[in-house]
Design a protein around this ligand. Structure first.
Ligand code: LLP
Length: 415
């Protein structure tokens, strides 16, 4: 029997043990073939309409991965000037970047304007700010249609209880302000939330959104946002997002709208997780195994500073155990919590999991860590953020970001 990572040949010509010896532990490892497969899938979602897929760089801002996205024909969306900066460094031209910020300062907005990057505003205040900075300018408006979706309340980004977007009922005020500053609203965008496996709510949101589009005569594009899910419970057989059926239904809906309204706009999407989650795993070394008051713990260096999703959203990540370079597959199992090395009792990456009998020096492989993994990591407890390594198409490993050093922790103090 093979493990999931073995089936995928995730580690190419090497294995988790060798990788940790070579690059240090913990370690993010990406597989180029899986990343490119997903990039190709999103690039080709719509073939019979004008369409672009943005890569949402908040999921993963490693320069090598950004360059891959560029090569695969993706555009990108950024949430902050720092993300625009990284995209430009990776080689994205301004016209392939869409800035979708929230509550930015004048300086930050001006940065995007100066870089020639089109942006969306997500409140009347920010619309007015844009009008003052760039009268006569072109922009997009992020609408909040009043309904959202997502895997946890913290990732629902539309609906009556979130800070995002201009409430759809304020469209008349948007049009008034646009007139006041002679602005051209050339785009409308939304993002209802993150991680759905059933695409019907997304399609409902798309068709609802298209009604609003009819109020904007100068529209050049409509951006429906991201949120496409990843099967995080794959070891229990969870199926992947059904992209083929989604494509058919999505295409049909857009064709109907175009036929009905006679409008021809560029359609955009902003998937993030779907592109990079499965192409990344997080490796950590087991340094302690213990039983406390009847609970078994696997003590690793995968702290919440390295992967915070389980602590922040109770997110599930499957875990495999490797020993001496090979996956440990045994019918004899115990229930363990896999924990990190951070000074918090909530520092639990995987709670109460059935795993083969774990020993010190084994390697824990946390699956589906390519999205919102490294990008949300921190130096809490003055821990070093890990290195990132790519397994390329030929199965060879290559460092794509070095690990932090102690000097990095001190860098901003030499003032
Ligand atoms: N576009 C916008 C405007 C967004 O706010 C987001 C995510 C995306 C696109 C990409 O969404 P995706 O396709 O990756 O679901 N840290 C959380 C997710 C936060 C999502 C924030 N916005 C997590 O780890 O689950």
């Amino acid at each position: 029997m093979e493990s999931y990572t073995q089936q995928m040949n995730f580690f190419g010509n090497t294995n988790p043990d060798e990788l940790l010896k070579k690059y240090g532990s913990p370690l993010y490892v990406y597989n180029e073939d899986i990343l490119r497969r997903q990039m190709k899938r999103v690039a080709g979602i719509l073939t019979s309409h004008r369409f672009t897929s943005n890569f949402s760089i908040k999921t993963n801002s490693n320069l090598t991965i950004l360059r891959m996205a560029l090569e695969e024909g993706l555009n990108a969306d950024a949430m902050s000037p720092g993300e625009i900066f990284a995209l430009k460094k990776a080689g994205f031209p301004s016209e392939r970047i869409f800035f979708v910020p929230n509550n930015v300062s004048e300086e930050e907005m001006q940065y995007a304007i100066d870089e020639g990057v089109i942006l969306s505003v997500d409140s009347l205040s920010q619309l007015e700010m844009f009008g003052r900075l760039c009268p006569g300018g072109r922009l997009s408006v992020r609408l909040n249609p009043g309904v959202g979706a997502g895997h946890h309340e913290k990732v629902v980004t539309a609906g009556k209880k979130t800070k995002f977007g201009v409430a759809a009922q304020d469209i008349p005020k948007v049009l008034e302000l646009a007139k006041k500053y002679d602005l051209h609203i050339v785009g409308l965008n939304q993002h209802i939330g993150s991680l759905f496996m059933d695409f019907q709510p997304y399609l409902d949101a798309v068709s609802n959104f298209l009604h609003y589009a009819e109020d904007f005569p100068e529209l050049e594009f409509v951006d429906f946002g991201g949120g496409f899910g990843t099967p995080y419970h794959k070891l229990e057989g969870e199926a992947e997002f059904d992209m083929e059926s989604f494509k058919v239904a999505f295409d049909h809906l857009l064709t109907e709208w175009k036929n009905k309204t006679g409008r021809d706009v560029l359609f955009k999407m902003e998937p993030g997780r779907y592109i990079v989650a499965e192409g990344g795993v997080l490796l950590g070394r087991v340094y302690a195994v213990k039983e406390n008051f009847g609970h078994r713990y696997v003590g690793t260096d995968i702290g919440m500073n390295v992967l915070i999703r389980p602590e922040l959203y109770d997110s599930w990540h499957d875990v495999e155990i490797y020993r001496d370079g090979k996956p440990l597959i045994s019918s004899e199992k115990e229930v363990y919590s896999v924990v990190g090395n951070i000074c918090e009792s909530g520092d639990i990456v995987a709670k109460d999991r059935e795993l083969p009998i774990v020993k010190e020096n084994d390697v824990a492989v946390v699956l589906d860590a390519g999205a919102y993994g490294f990008s949300m990591s921190s130096n809490y407890n003055n821990r070093l953020r890990p290195a990132e390594v790519l397994i390329d198409h030929d199965g060879n490993d290559r460092l794509i970001r070095r690990r932090d050093t102690f000097e990095d922790l001190m860098r901003n103090f030499d003032v």
